[in-house]
Design a protein around this ligand. Structure first.
Ligand code: GLC
Length: 612
């Protein structure tokens, strides 16, 4: 047997029994399983030599993605650089940002005006023509790899666009394709589902079904009406989607973000979220990846409460996702910004810090989506706060309607029934940079910049991979031009999806400019993070009581070294009541200081390490 086959066979053998067991449990279909295995081998043989070398290296170093110098950035190709070739030309800018993992927002073919920001895919094997071609993608991946960068893309597996070939054939009445979705010829079953399934877009896309008058059927559409949910109870759907996954992995992806993964299995009478079969499927994907393309890691998009998120890591013996978004921490962070109270955030961090060190979270302040207020309301209730008025407060705060608030932004899916609005805006606008610039208020501007930097420093202090949102490195503001665009006007998430401001990015090395103040300090923080051992993934991390609810203090320890990140979430000067022996080095200025009741500026922070 040739050597290449041996490698594949060895990997297949490792997983075969479990993979077969799970497949049979879901589908009980031997011949479809055999077809799957044949295709795994096909994708393995099609994988190019340079990627196979990457596979080998990463099999020997499976924790490669946990290094403390990993820094991600998510960006829209068109907003950032026009097309894929444009991104290629801008790689040096991304290196200048210390970024070594680029998440390209959805770029596969999608119908204009019915795309949900690219999350309605009409062809999994074709790049949106105005953005380039599959060859451009593979070339970009090669260039990234040469520069030590990784590439991440979305795999939108819950649904296809209504323009996808399968959907078009289903709409034409072809039974084989109808069975790949959820079709019903009356509203009886849809109404049954509606009893227990919540809504994702209650105002922009109410309901979970769409009626198709041409064929007199209802189709399940959890998200927008043009995004048709795939039926993973059909093994043909699973197999074909796995082939799409492997095809994309073979273009040179390092990270594949599995979009909306909790939704992929449906059962009548349930919420159709996080069902056990979802975990079976993710576990199978993990094994399939390890067999064909072990260089690729899975990033699960699980925007759910913490107890629902963590199971997506699987177990140590049977892992599922390599990485998950730290979504509750993100939302709780903004809660602390609005309230100036860090108690809930501290609790949340304690929960995360107690989890097994093998779990890797992706930390972020902002992403392309809205911020949903998924907080720990049971705890807030004990402190006298109720869910609905609290959410109302947060939304009022961030829309700038509360005295003292400096934030600008827009509500998202403001549901008059549940009063469950979410929020959209860029970090800089939420921190007050937009308002201060508008008012020409220099002092407010300085504080807003300080808050923006404090939040980034705090995000970098967490264990896991920090992911920047493109534009945040130069303090990009909300972009209200989406209101003029008929395709976007109804979706306020576009307020933070503006075109990248290269004109402003030019000022990033100018210490006097807003851009420079942010960019240069972020770079310094990133460099410190990459080099100091206390930021290692396996450092011990605790929150530390400084007897002041406005301040969050995080301690990191590694190899006898002790680090404190101290963050003032309030707009007033605050004291961290702490007495630590010895001298500390302020890692940003290099100056020596004692840690005896340090005083922090409004929204200020310290990053200090005990001197030897
Ligand atoms: C994910 C994406 C979001 C999209 C949804 C539907 O949650 O982040 O932007 O609307 O999936 O695909």
């Amino acid at each position: 047997m040739p050597k290449a086959d041996e490698i594949f066979q060895k990997r297949l053998q490792k997983h075969h029994d479990e993979l077969r067991w799970l497949y049979m449990e879901l589908y009980g279909n031997d011949s479809m399983f055999a077809e799957l295995c044949d295709n795994l081998f096909r994708f393995y043989t099609e994988r190019k030599a340079s990627l196979k070398r990457r596979d080998k290296q990463r099999e020997q170093n499976p924790d490669w993605f946990k290094r403390s110098d990993m820094l991600g950035m998510m960006l829209y190709i068109d907003n950032f650089a026009g097309d894929l070739k444009g991104v290629q030309k801008k790689l040096s800018y991304l290196s200048d940002c210390n970024v070594n993992c680029i998440h390209l927002m959805p770029f596969l073919d999608t119908p204009k005006g019915r795309s949900d920001g690219g999350y309605a895919v009409s062809d999994f094997r074709k790049v949106r023509p105005d953005l380039g071609t599959m060859d451009d993608l593979a070339t970009l991946a090669d260039s990234c790899h040469e520069r030590g960068m990784n590439l991440c893309m979305d795999f939108v597996m819950n649904h296809t666009s209504e323009d996808h070939e399968w959907a078009r054939r289903a709409a034409a009445g072809e039974g084989e394709y109808m069975s790949r979705y959820f079709f019903y010829d009356s509203d009886r079953i849809p109404l049954e589902y509606e009893k227990s399934v919540p809504q994702v877009f209650p105002t922009t896309a109410p309901g979970n079904f769409t009626y198709l008058p041409e064929i007199g059927h209802y189709v399940l559409t959890t998200f927008y009406p043009y995004q048709w949910d795939l039926n993973y109870a059909n093994p043909r759907v699973f197999n074909e989607m796995m082939y799409n996954f492997l095809y994309l992995a073979n273009q040179g992806m390092d990270v594949i973000r599995i979009d909306a993964v909790p939704y992929i299995w449906k059962e009548i009478g349930t919420s159709c979220r996080n069902l056990p079969q979802v975990h079976t499927i993710v576990r199978m994907m993990r094994m399939i990846g390890e067999i064909v393309c072990p260089a690729v890691v899975l990033l699960g998009e699980v925007v759910m409460e913490p107890e629902k998120v963590v199971p997506y890591f699987g177990t140590v013996e049977k892992p599922e996702c390599h990485m998950l978004y730290n979504v509750t921490t993100m939302a709780t962070t903004w809660n602390s910004v609005a309230t100036g109270d860090t108690r809930l955030l501290r609790r949340q961090m304690d929960i995360v810090n107690r989890l097994p060190g093998a779990y890797t979270f992706l930390n972020y302040l902002r992403c392309h989506d809205d911020i949903g207020w998924g907080l720990d309301y049971a705890t807030l209730k004990q402190w006298g706060m109720k869910e609905v008025p609290h959410k109302q407060y947060l939304n009022d705060y961030f829309t700038g309607r509360i005295a003292g608030s400096t934030s600008c932004g827009e509500l998202y899916n403001d549901d008059p029934i549940t009063k469950d609005a979410r929020f959209c805006g860029t970090t800089a606008s939420m921190c007050g940079i937009e308002q201060a610039l508008g008012n020409g208020d220099q002092e407010a501007l300085e504080e807003a910049i300080r808050q923006d930097l404090m939040l980034h420093a705090y995000m970098f202090t967490q264990s896991g991979i920090p992911m920047l949102y493109s534009g945040d490195e130069i303090g990009q503001l909300n972009d209200y031009s989406y209101r003029e665009d008929g395709d976007k006007v109804s979706d306020s998430r576009y307020v933070h999806r503006g075109a990248f401001r290269w004109d402003l990015a030019k000022r990033r090395k100018d210490k006097e400019s807003v851009q420079g103040k942010l960019f240069l300090t972020l770079r310094m923080l990133e460099k410190i993070r990459a080099k100091e051992p206390v930021f290692d993934a396996n450092a011990n991390v605790y929150t530390y009581d400084v007897h002041n609810d406005s301040i969050l203090c995080i301690m990191r320890e590694k190899s006898g070294e002790r680090f404190f990140g101290i963050f003032n979430f309030s707009g007033g000067e605050q004291t961290a009541w702490m007495q630590e022996d010895g001298m500390f080095t302020d890692l940003l200025t290099g100056t020596q200081m004692e840690l005896r009741d340090p005083v922090l500026q409004p929204h200020g922070f310290y990053w200090v390490k005990r001197s030897r």
